[in-house]
Design a binder for this molecule. Structure first.
Ligand code: 6CS
Ligand code: FE
Length: 270
């Protein structure tokens, strides 16, 4: 699937691009089935909400689930990402599912993603982006993701303290909690929203949002009776891989240890 020049220009300006209905109802149903199976299977890659039993996120599902491995290689996702990374070969850096359970799915504070992949995994530059796949309809009720359009132009706002590079491996769960290590303070968020505005991306299940690793985003607590399941596929350019000795501090289910470029594939459901 090729993006138009207008779509690429919009992404360059806003730091994000929304495409409705990329996956069919049948494909989304299959994603939810596969996710249900993984949620029922204890695994070290699962992060819980503060109650210690509600699943907050699952990670690295492509490593042990063939269906999600195929999803991570879908041309409908990978080809637009290659275009948005200026036609770079790319690999999947991180696969995560944020579940945001009804009534209980906690918030994600204002942050940028690149700082986590730089400080946690020594990814050198922000030549990376994420594709979100909606598994549920996203409305104003079930905690949509908020984006500050154009905020990627600020670069990394947090201090990239090179003396602490790739030292996050020990306690990885903190960066998947409501209090991750690198957040953007309220004054900065207010200033940037004054300048750029604020959007929340809503749309039917099966839709996709591509967003730059430095665009500021957040999401509120889900107090609705509706799930807000989203799959986050983070891709990195193959010419932007971590130094070999630093890139493997965090578990492979958080940061890929395989940097081989993806050959886009088509069929998700045989
Ligand atoms: O640590 C990480 O890799 C993840 N943490 C956050 C808060 N966003 C980026 C990434 O998904
Ligand atoms: Fe994020």
């Amino acid at each position: 699937m090729k993006l138009s020049n207008d779509q690429i220009q919009q992404y360059t300006k806003d730091g994000l691009l929304y495409l409705p209905n990329v996956f069919s109802e049948q494909e989304v149903a299959a994603m939810k089935d596969e996710l249900g199976t993984l949620m029922a299977t204890p695994s070290p890659d699962i992060a819980y909400e503060e109650d210690g039993k509600t699943i907050r996120a699952l990670h690295g599902c492509h490593l042990h689930n063939e269906f999600f491995n195929k999803l991570s290689k879908q041309a409908r996702i990978v080809q637009p990402c290659m275009q948005l990374l200026a036609d770079q070969d790319l690999y999947l850096h991180q696969f995560k599912v944020n579940v945001k359970t009804p009534f209980n799915g906690e918030y994600w504070p204002w942050h940028q993603d690149f700082v986590y992949w730089h400080m946690g995994d020594a990814v050198p530059t922000p030549k990376n982006l994420t594709a979100i796949v909606f598994l549920d309809e996203i409305t104003e009720f079930n905690a949509p993701v908020f984006f500050i359009p154009g905020s990627q132009k600020e670069g990394s706002i947090n201090n990239l303290d090179r003396s602490k590079l790739a030292t996050q491996g020990k306690d990885w769960k903190v960066n998947f909690s409501t209090k991750p290590n690198y957040t953007i303070d309220a004054d900065k968020v207010s200033d940037l929203i004054d300048q750029n505005g604020l959007i929340s991306v809503k749309g039917p299940a099966g839709s996709v949002v591509f967003f730059d690793s430095n665009v500021i985003h957040a999401s509120a607590r889900n107090i609705s009776p509706f799930y807000r399941r989203m799959i986050f596929l983070a891709y990195n350019a193959c010419d932007n891989t971590p130094p070999e000795h630093l890139g493997k501090q965090r578990p492979e289910f958080l940061a890929s240890h395989d940097y081989s470029s993806i050959s886009p594939m088509d069929a998700l459901i045989p």
